[in-house]
Write a protein that binds this ligand. Structure first.
Ligand SMILES: [Zn+2]
Length: 85
């Protein structure tokens, strides 16, 4: 609880859009810090990241659409809500 960052800056659906760049080390510093802060307090995103990272290790590159069905459905749902808003 530092109060330096607005907790709403990085919602789960935003994290999902950044996870590929995160794994590729392509995020700018300030964004990377917010991602790491979010991961620290969001088990769901940490689990998602772990799944993507394992898949990436198996494939040799970061996957775009090889998530489990259940995870993907949830993400698509989040995306729809995000874009509709
Ligand atoms: Zn999250």
């Amino acid at each position: 609880m530092t109060g330096d960052l607005d907790d709403s800056d990085l919602a789960c659906q935003v994290f999902v859009t950044l996870v590929t760049d995160y794994l590729e080390g392509a995020l700018p510093g300030p964004v990377l810090q917010q991602v790491q802060a979010h991961l620290a307090e969001c088990p769901d995103c940490a689990e998602y990241l772990d799944e993507v990272r394992r898949t990436a290790a198996a494939l040799g590159h970061v996957p775009v659409r090889s998530l489990s069905e259940r995870t993907r459905e949830g993400l698509l749902e989040a995306f729809r809500g995000y874009r509709a808003g």
